[in-house]
Design a protein around this ligand. Structure first.
Ligand code: SF4
Ligand code: SF4
Length: 481
């Protein structure tokens, strides 16, 4: 939250990096956007982040191409309601499975936020990863340093500006198309996507339209909208503060050590902050971390590196801006694993275990026994002239995974015939319906009915087949005795 009681921040604007105390750094007094040109930074955290960002980008690009047991490592086939993970396919995508996975993930994110603050935003959010590595990289390559980029922005539209902006947006478009194609690869499979990409767009106009829309969104967001998304639109950014408290790790300015900053007090009273604004200049959301923990901070660590560099130059210890907790900064004991994150992680594990149990159980064959709608029975004449009673039913089989079942059937009364197109019945789809008749002599009925047991077995070999389902069935027919 912005510390509006910060008396060390004068209202009067000294330079463009001395931010207004009452409005966002990215808007002017009329509410118009002020475009941010963050300066380049080098340092330990930037190096770690850059390696990690490239690791994520490469991972994101290669995962759709990795196959395990002949299947994609991760594949979300929404059209066929199938989910493949490490070579295992789960059909049906039952709502309970999706619900449990999502809730477990959300509680885990809450746990991470509660302990490590906005670590997701700074280290793993695709927007941060792609903007910080590729989009800003292209921008710097074409337009130069932050100062040159700002000068180009302020310059009138001349040949140089048109040329540079055109090249930049062409490259942005190519990168956005690549990101989108990779993302779509997770949903339709990379091989299918490749063959679609080589064909005419009109042959796959649905996928083509989706690719164009997603590319346009990425281009707009990563190319231009950028920090505005984090500040204005990101739902996680809006709610993260409720998951954090004084024990959460954040990127913070050590006010006790830094204040009073240079230029605001006689030299002998000065703290360690030399008021160079380097932490502001490198901030991708344009904030001044010295004003306290703020909603706009995406925990990118740029200001840590920028300030450490200055501290090194002025011969003072690094860490004036650092990862810390509010308690630690105020000299109180810090407790990262306190009640709140413990509750979050327990909830996350609970839903994860429930998810695994449901997935495990859903691999077993589920059988639904359904009596046919309509007349309860029919009486038919056999070729021999004998009358037989027919009861008609349906069996519905549901299962996850890849196991193929070979089902056969048995009734407790051997005179009752089971009639279906094929025995054993091969169940090789996640959901199959098998219609069947039970045919019997009306003489076995007492007062028009008889209870028998109906059993379903799995296995091609009768000697080793296993019982998978048993059901009591009431046969019905004409009252003859
Ligand atoms: S305040 Fe620091 S950590 Fe937060 S967004 Fe700005 S530069 Fe990144
Ligand atoms: S970079 Fe460090 S010394 Fe410079 S203004 Fe920021 S906190 Fe102060």
């Amino acid at each position: 939250m912005t510390d509006h009681n910060d008396t060390s921040t004068p209202q009067k604007t000294k330079n463009r990096f001395e931010l207004h105390s009452e409005r966002l750094a990215t808007t002017d007094e009329h509410g118009n956007r002020i475009y941010i040109f963050p300066e380049d930074v080098t340092g330990l955290w930037k190096t770690y982040r850059t390696y990690f960002y490239w690791f994520l980008i490469v991972l994101y690009m290669i995962v759709p191409w990795i196959y395990v047991k002949g299947k994609p490592l991760l594949f979300l086939d929404i059209m066929n309601r199938e989910f493949t993970f490490i070579g295992n396919t789960f059909h049906g995508m039952e709502p309970i499975i999706i619900f449990l996975a999502l809730v477990s993930g959300l509680f885990f994110l809450a746990f991470m936020t509660s302990v490590f603050g906005r670590v997701w935003c700074g280290w793993a959010c695709p927007q941060t990863v792609y903007i910080q590595t590729i989009f800003l990289g292209i921008e710097k390559f074409i337009e130069g340093s932050a100062r040159k980029r700002k000068e180009l922005e302020d310059a009138p539209w001349n040949i140089e500006k048109i040329f540079k902006r055109t090249i930049k947006w062409i490259l942005f478009t190519i990168v956005s198309l690549h990101i989108t194609h990779t993302a779509i690869g997770y949903f339709i499979g990379p091989r299918e996507l490749l063959s679609m990409s080589l064909g005419s767009p009109f042959e796959n106009w649905g996928v083509f339209t989706a690719v164009m829309i997603v590319t346009a969104i990425i281009l707009f967001d990563f190319g231009w909208f950028r920090e505005q998304f984090c500040i204005i639109m990101c739902p996680y950014g809006r709610i993260q503060s409720v998951m954090m408290d004084e024990n959460s790790m954040v990127i913070a300015y050590d006010k006790k050590r830094g204040e009073p900053r240079r230029g605001t007090t006689p030299k002998e009273n000065e703290g360690d902050c030399i008021n160079c604004y380097n932490c502001v200049k490198v901030c991708p959301t344009g904030i001044d971390i010295r004003r306290g923990n703020q909603l706009e901070c995406i925990a990118c660590t740029n200001c840590i590196d920028a300030c450490d560099d200055i501290m090194e130059k002025v011969g003072k210890p690094k860490g004036l801006i650092r990862y810390s907790t509010e308690n630690a900064l105020n000299g109180k004991p810090q407790n990262l694993l306190h009640a709140r994150p413990i509750i979050y992680i327990i909830a996350s594990l609970f839903f994860l275990v429930a998810f695994i149990v449901v997935i495990f159980n859903s691999q077993n064959l589920k059988v639904q026994f359904i009596r046919n709608i309509g007349a309860p029975y029919n009486v038919v004449k056999e070729a021999s002239g004998e009358s037989k009673v027919l009861n008609m039913y349906n069996l519905k089989f549901i299962h996850q995974g890849d196991k193929v079942y070979h089902l056969s059937y048995k009734t407790s009364d051997p005179t009752v015939q089971f009639i279906t197109p094929r025995i054993p019945t091969k169940i090789d789809k996640p959901e199959m319906k098998v219609p069947f008749f039970l045919k019997f002599d009306s003489a076995i009925l007492v007062n028009g009915s008889k209870v028998i047991t109906f059993e379903v077995y799995d296995g091609e070999d009768e000697a080793t087949r296993e019982l998978v389902y048993s059901q009591e069935v009431t046969l019905v027919g004409p009252i003859t005795k």
